[in-house]
Structures are given as structure tokens and as C-alpha cells.
Design a binder for this molecule. Structure first.
Ligand code: SAM
Length: 298
């Protein structure tokens, strides 16, 4: 997150006293670049919660400093994928004592390719209150500027780096009837585009959304072939989201659906195979499930 452009007056000047925060867990979203993208409700939570928790405590302190929010004597607990065993019981104890806990990721929205899922599950299982103060997420920001259809989309997180996992990940996504949103490292993006051309074809429209909300924000739009060719000649730096158009609708004849079902049933249960094929061909699940049952019997 850039430190420039905080609010014109600090939060401490605007809010004469911290608002009382209800007991329970409160997730809050933080800027993905521009410090001004923090919401007033997120600042209320940071100023008023009994306990603060963060994926990265240094980034949270920095964000609070920018907005003039003092930690005071309140605990600031690190909670990330490597310390869940210690941090989770500590946060749960505070919540069971009726305290309010505000949790922030290093940037963007918790749980979106970031920690928080285990905490949310534990709080829900314990029947304790949970809320979210929504705000920035690179995935939604990229979808908004991509120029690709936004009526139906699938966020699929980071593309795996190991070659086997990567292959099956891309193969599975290639027939999805929804705009795809992926996070990618700039170090791997060139190789990724070569793979995308292989699995999705060169004609599929896509957008590379780089450094969103930051000074060098850039969106490159085009078909996969042209974007891949362009990447062969240049270095890409910064943070990246890829947005890819949905698969072209396939014409479903009885024969093609049967072939797809037979293939899917080699590796999946009848139910899962029917669901996957129905999705790929835009057919009713019940109809494809009946076909799958008949083929399974035959
Ligand atoms: N929870 C975050 C969210 O809601 O966007 C995502 C965290 S994930 C660990 C970090 C990835 O998000 C980066 O590798 C990049 O793919 C994407 N990202 C985060 N900030 C971005 C930005 N300003 N521009 C483009 N991509 C960004």
C-alpha cells in the first residue's frame, strides 16, 4: 500500500472519540494500493475494537499511523497461515469473553487468497457474531476495468506453479462458462500466457490488470495470442490480476455429451461427472444425470 494521499484530516481529528464496536469478529478490507481506499467503517473498527489482529502487524500499524489511529494499550495479534495453532485459540478466548476483534489482511479483503477462513469457521462453529466491513479486493477491481462480461465470474485464486497441478487446473478452467479471475506473479506471467494459449486457444479475450489503484496502473486488453506475443518482448513488474473471457458455448449433440460423460466418469463419480458436463454444455443437471445413470448401467 502506498503511504501517500491519506485522508485530508486524520481520522483522529474527524472522530472525536472511538465508536463502540459490538462484540464479535469483524473482518475489514484494506487498500490494495491507494491509501484513500480505506473505508470509514474500517477506520471505526480499527479505532474502536478491543483487540486488533492482522496477517501482517507492521502493515496494519503503518495503515493506522497514516490515518492517525493510536493502538493505545490494545493487543495487536499476528494471525497468518504459519501461526494459526497459537493465534486462533488466543483470538477465540477474546471473542468468548465478549470482546470485539477487528481482523485485517496485509492488503485487500481477508479470505480472498489470504488468511481468515479458519478463523471464520471457528467463530461460526462457536455461535459467535461475525461481520465484514467490505472494501477493496484486487479481483473485483480487475473485473470492473477488464471490459469482460461481469454477469457471471469465477475467482480461481493463484495458478499452481507445479507443472502437473497447473495442467489440470488450466484444463478444468478452460471450459468454464464464466469470466475467470486469476492472481499471478509477474515472474511467471510469460510462461502462464504460453500455457493459456495452449489450453484456452489464442482467440479468447483477456485483460492483464497490473498495479491497480497505484501510480503505474495499467490494463492490457486483447486476445490471448496477442497478449502472449506482447509478453515475449517485455518485462512485467508489480502485482497482477488476469481476467479471461468465458469458454465459447459448445454445441451439445447427444453424442458429444455422451462422449464427455464417459470421459468424465473415468475420474469422477456419476454425480460429479454429470454436474461437470451439464456445466460445460449449459444443460440441465437432471437431464445429464439421467444420461449418466443410463451410461453407468450400460
Ligand atoms: N486479499 C487480496 C485481495 O482481496 O485482493 C489478495 C491477496 S493475494 C495474497 C495478493 C495478490 O493479489 C497479488 O499477487 C496480485 O495477484 C493481486 N493483487 C493485489 N493487489 C493488487 C494490485 N494493486 N494490482 C493488481 N493485482 C493485485
Amino acid at each position: 500500500m502506498s503511504s501517500g494521499d491519506p485522508l485530508p484530516v486524520s481520522y483522529a481529528e474527524m472522530a472525536s472519540e472511538a465508536r463502540a464496536i459490538a462484540p464479535g469478529l469483524h473482518f475489514l478490507s484494506t487498500p490494495i494500493g491507494a491509501a484513500r481506499d480505506i473505508t470509514l467503517r474500517a477506520l471505526d473498527l480499527l479505532a474502536g475494537a478491543d483487540v486488533l489482529a492482522a496477517e501482517d502487524t507492521r502493515s496494519l500499524r503503518h495503515l493506522m499511523e497514516i490515518h492517525g489511529i493510536a493502538l493505545g494499550g490494545r493487543p495487536l495479534v499476528a494471525y497468518h497461515e504459519h501461526n494459526e495453532g497459537q493465534a486462533l485459540p488466543r483470538l477465540m478466548r477474546a471473542l468468548e469473553e465478549g470482546k470485539s476483534v477487528a481482523y485485517a489482511s496485509e492488503a485487500g479483503t481477508p479470505l480472498v487468497s489470504d488468511p481468515g477462513f479458519g478463523l471464520a469457521r471457528a467463530v461460526i462453529a462457536a455461535g459467535l457474531p461475525i461481520t465484514a466491513a467490505p472494501g477493496p479486493s484486487a479481483a473485483i477491481c480487475a473485473l470492473t476495468v477488464s471490459g469482460l462480461p461481469s454477469d457471471r465470474f469465477l475467482f480461481a485464486g493463484f495458478i499452481p506453479s507445479a507443472s502437473g497441478a497447473r495442467k489440470s487446473f488450466l484444463e478444468n478452467l478452460s471450459s468454464v462458462q464464466a469470466t475467470l479471475i486469476l492472481y499471478e506473479s509477474p515472474k511467471r506471467v510469460r510462461e502462464t500466457f504460453r500455457d493459456l494459449v495452449e489450453y484456452f486457444g489464442s482467440d479468447r479475450q483477456a485483460a492483464i490488470c497490473r498495479e491497480l489503484t497505484k501510480r503505474f496502473e495499467e490494463v492490457s486488453r486483447g486476445d490471448l495470442g496477442a497478449l502472449a506475443a506482447d509478453l515475449e518482448d517485455r518485462e512485467v513488474k508489480g502485482e497482477i490480476v488476469l481476467v479471461i473471457d468465458r469458454a465459447p458455448e459448445r454445441q451439445a449433440t447427444a453424442e458429444t455429451v455422451e462422449v464427455a460423460l464417459d470421459k468424465a466418469m473415468e475420474t469422477m463419480s456419476v454425480k460429479d461427472a454429470a454436474a461437470a458436463v451439464a456445466e460445460a454444455y449449459g444443460l440441465p443437471r437432471r437431464q445429464v444425470y439421467q444420461m449418466a445413470l443410463e451410461r453407468g448401467r450400460g
